[in-house]
Ligand binder design. Structure first.
Ligand code: DAH
Length: 344
């Protein structure tokens, strides 16, 4: 037996081992080469027949071949075990997944978008203004001078900040504060909508909060009359609540409008049977409004002889409550996921 033949045998064994796929196959290969009657074992048995000169070299070759085969068997066995383990990390596609918590839009913002869309359709542009406001824009410019009794109705949060005139800055009590700010910036005719938060030091109850949303709207144009105002309110509220609502207008007083109007809508929460939200009247006060006072136009550098206007405010939180029949305004200000998730 020549060393070349040993080499061939080794190659043959290596080829079989590297392509073996199971531990059983490997065991069969081991037995075929290294077992009691294995090809290599048989060669080892024949060493004694070899001439002494060649025996040494032959012996070493066959021993190292045996060693090589054993090593390769071991390595391949490890590989097969690893592959098996990997396969065992299988994935069951039928197991239901873990549902991620998904947030939802706050009903107030949803409703605001709806309101904005209705007004955009009517040609209004949307503007935003500062929540920290000056006494001037919040009161003075709106025909509410210092010591005017109308200030009592709007219990004001005063801040430790001063404006240019040295008056304390305040948290705005009404989005009407944007009227003169806008008039100073753009020329009539215009239609503007101002959504925003307001703040008042109020006794909190089912229909009042110390922080509340209003959507202020105002129009300045030629030949504006009360019917333009009524028509607008009527259209908008029916778009929001459907054709079946009932509306009632009453005169009222706000210093920045003349005449002033209060809009009452049939209470959708109790269907006019009476509930805390409508204070048992069946009617919900929903949109104060009026014809813009000439003094306000003048403050905005608009000539009241040439131009007229109407203004209104929508109590956004009230609209949401009436729309979703939530009887307590405070519900919406609670950051409780159990409440918010109902509005998906
Ligand atoms: N700003 C008033 C308030 O918060 C509401 C209001 C009344 C706004 C009449 C108006 C209006 O634009 O014309 O009490």
């Amino acid at each position: 037996m020549e060393t070349e033949e040993i080499l061939n045998l080794k190659n043959e064994a290596f080829a079989q081992i590297t392509t073996a796929q199971t531990k059983e196959e490997l065991e069969n290969i081991r037995v075929a080469y290294l077992g009691k009657n294995g090809k290599i074992t048989n060669l080892i048995k024949k060493i004694k027949n070899i001439t002494p000169e060649k025996r040494n070299k032959y012996g070493r070759t066959i021993n190292s071949t045996k060693q090589n085969i054993e090593n390769l068997l071991f390595e391949r066995k490890q590989q097969i075990i690893e592959e098996l383990e990997k396969k065992e990390e299988w994935f069951d596609l039928t197991i239901p997944g873990i549902k991620p918590q998904i947030g939802s839009k706050h009903p107030l913002l949803e409703t605001l978008k709806e309101v904005e869309n209705i007004f955009r359709y009517l040609g209004y542009q949307v503007a935003e203004g500062p929540e920290i406001e000056t006494d001037y824009y919040n009161f003075e410019a709106l025909n509410i001078p210092q010591d005017h009794p109308a200030r009592d109705m709007q219990m004001t949060f005063y801040l430790n900040l001063k404006d240019e005139k040295g008056n304390p800055k305040i948290l705005r009590t009404q989005t009407s504060a944007m009227q003169v700010r806008v008039m100073e910036q753009i020329r009539p005719p215009f239609r503007v909508l101002v959504p925003g938060r307001n703040f008042r030091y109020e006794q909190v109850d089912a229909s009042h909060g110390f922080e509340f949303w209003q959507v202020e709207g105002f129009v300045v144009d030629k030949d504006i009359s009360l019917t333009d105002l009524f028509g607008t309110i009527d259209f908008v509220l029916r778009e929001l609540f459907g054709e079946n609502i009932k509306l009632r207008f009453a005169t009222t007083n706000f210093p920045f409008v003349e005449p002033g109007v209060d809009t009452y809508m049939s209470c959708t929460i109790c269907n006019q049977k009476g509930c805390p939200f409508c204070k048992n009247t069946g009617w919900s006060e929903i949109m104060p409004a009026g014809i813009i006072h000439p003094n306000v136009l003048r403050r905005g550098k608009i000539d009241p002889e040439k131009w007229g206007g109407f203004a209104f405010a929508i109590g956004l939180s009230r609209i949401v409550n009436l729309k979703y029949r939530i009887s307590d305004l405070r519900t919406l200000n609670t950051p409780d996921i159990r409440i918010l998730s109902q509005f998906k």
